[in-house]
Design a binder for this molecule. Structure first.
Ligand code: URA
Length: 236
């Protein structure tokens, strides 16, 4: 399981992140707002590539009994994702762990129980949001996802997000943030402000498993989810 704790990389990551923002802002013509950590007034997301690909059930059917990467032969159960197919908010985690592999449901172990508490503290019910992962199958021993595994699984996550078209995405931990944002900046640098995924506001924050080991980071996660709530409270 990824640990999200690489303080040595922090300075490099900050520089990389600033460079990415300078390049990104320059290319998009957006005003340069390097210090903006607060909540912008965010426009509703445009349709993702104008496609929906038939909804979540079609995506699930297309995954089938997946063997596209070696994890398919090692898993007990494929963990597709669960929740409201029309959710305003989607949480994207890293990969199933042992409990999820056992039950075929995302975020049901200790980290999942903490995620459920976070969702409830936001004033939402777990069933109101959608929860899924970058990888649909458990890596052995909860090791980090490999690039080939992410490449094999990511098209299905993209289609899940296209089908749901949420108003906000919350990326839990560095693997989710890196995969969705195509950035290598540390999560400590990425979190705390909105990015965009296909036009949708995306807030990276620390993974609940990291919070279990580092309860002091709960304050920052609380700030991040409050920013999400502010956006969700705005008229769509
Ligand atoms: N951690 C994750 O990233 N996803 C899960 O589903 C469970 C734990």
């Amino acid at each position: 399981m990824n640990v999200d704790a690489e303080p040595r990389e922090e300075l490099h990551g900050l520089v990389r992140s600033l460079l990415e923002r300078v390049r990104g802002d320059g290319e998009s013509g957006r005003p340069r707002s390097y210090l903006s950590g607060g909540v912008e007034r965010l426009a509703p997301p445009p349709a993702l590539n104008g496609r929906n690909e038939g909804g979540l059930e079609t995506v699930r059917a297309d995954i089938g009994d997946c063997r596209r990467c070696p994890l398919g032969g090692l898993r007990r159960r494929l963990v597709f994702g669960e929740g409201n197919a029309r959710a305003d908010l989607v949480f994207v985690g890293e990969a199933p762990g042992a409990d999820e592999d056992e039950q075929g449901r995302p975020f049901v172990g200790r980290a999942g129980q903490l995620l459920t508490k976070i969702i409830e503290a936001m004033g939402l019910k777990r069933e109101e949001v959608y929860i899924c992962n970058i990888l649909k199958c458990r890596p052995p021993g909860n090791r980090n996802p490999l690039p080939d595994e992410i490449a094999a699984c990511e098209p299905f996550l993209i289609r899940q997000l296209e089908a749901i078209r949420p108003r906000v995405i919350c990326a839990l931990g560095s693997f989710a943030a890196h995969a969705l944002l195509k950035s290598e900046a540390p999560i400590s640098v990425l979190r705390g402000r909105f990015h965009r995924y296909q036009g949708i506001p995306l807030m990276p924050t620390y993974h609940p498993a990291y919070l279990l080991r580092n309860p002091g980071a709960k304050k920052q996660v609380w700030e991040d989810v409050q920013s999400i709530m502010k956006v969700l409270r705005q008229a769509p």
